[in-house]
Design a binder for this molecule. Sequence first.
Ligand code: ASP
Length: 328
Amino acid sequence: MSDAEPKERAAKWVLVLHGGAGSIPGDSPDDIRTGYEQGVRQAMEIGVRLLEEGRPAVDVVGEVVVSLEDSPIFNAGKGSVFTAAGGHELDACLMDGRTMGSGAVTGVKRIKNPIRAARLVMDNTRHILLAGEGADNFALKHDCEEVEQSYYFTSRRFHALNRYLKANGQPTFESPAYKLPTGVKIESDAADSPGNTVGCVALDLDGNLAAATSTGGLNGKMHGRIGDTPIVGAGTYANRFCAASGTGTGEQYMRHTICTKVAWLVEQGKSPEQAVAHCLNEILNPGDGGIIAISADGRVTAQSNTGSMPRAIADSNGRREVGIWFDE
Ligand code: ASP
């Protein structure tokens, strides 16, 4: 899949989504490939339907991310990675380029769809970012669906935590820090690859842009660690020029305020493809991550310097593309 230059006929709406920068082995079994492809395709179809219906970009990116959070293959919502304390702490952020409104949550532990909580913060508070218990309680008060920590559990993420701890000379876990429900077993070690954060950017029929990103964070992260995803301008950003969502080593995206930089470069006249390439190749280090972006004139890009990034691009001209690696 190549990055897009504008089509002859400008698209009326555009959607790009990612399922995380990472290093999915090219020789992965068919079910891994199919799993990622199905996950991004299904989310893309939801986004396409909503954009065709004329829904605002900020609604669309939220619903697309809900679909990705619900899929256990991605590191967001169900299937989130483990912290070094053996549990899950989730982050999400959403930004409306039309209003510059934004909402985010970090370190949530009881919410099925953190991106819904982020939207509630945007719509119902004068704040942008709520953390931990305060964020959980706020979201539950506003009828977000509540789950136990075990909802997020997957065997492959559990083994990934233990592999990480072992490689760092730390004691491993026999079982997660929470109780697994009866009938749920830790299945034998299964292949896992880092990454799989999710994000979406969209340009709607009214010409407005929005971005959303959701993640379980980094495998084996410290309890309390906050990454780039919920930080406006680092992992998520949208204004009237550009919408961008990042994925990768969050600390790098934070220190370089990467998504703001992409939008700024687009405002200065670069194409999203040039802006993202500049950030990935001149600012970030090889292997740091990936970025998706859309400009207000409907140009898009999806790039990563990690080797793989499940992703999809769709537009009103009939474009429908799904990819995982960059050399296919
Ligand atoms: N950027 C995310 C974080 O650092 C992780 C990822 O995108 O894989 O929390």
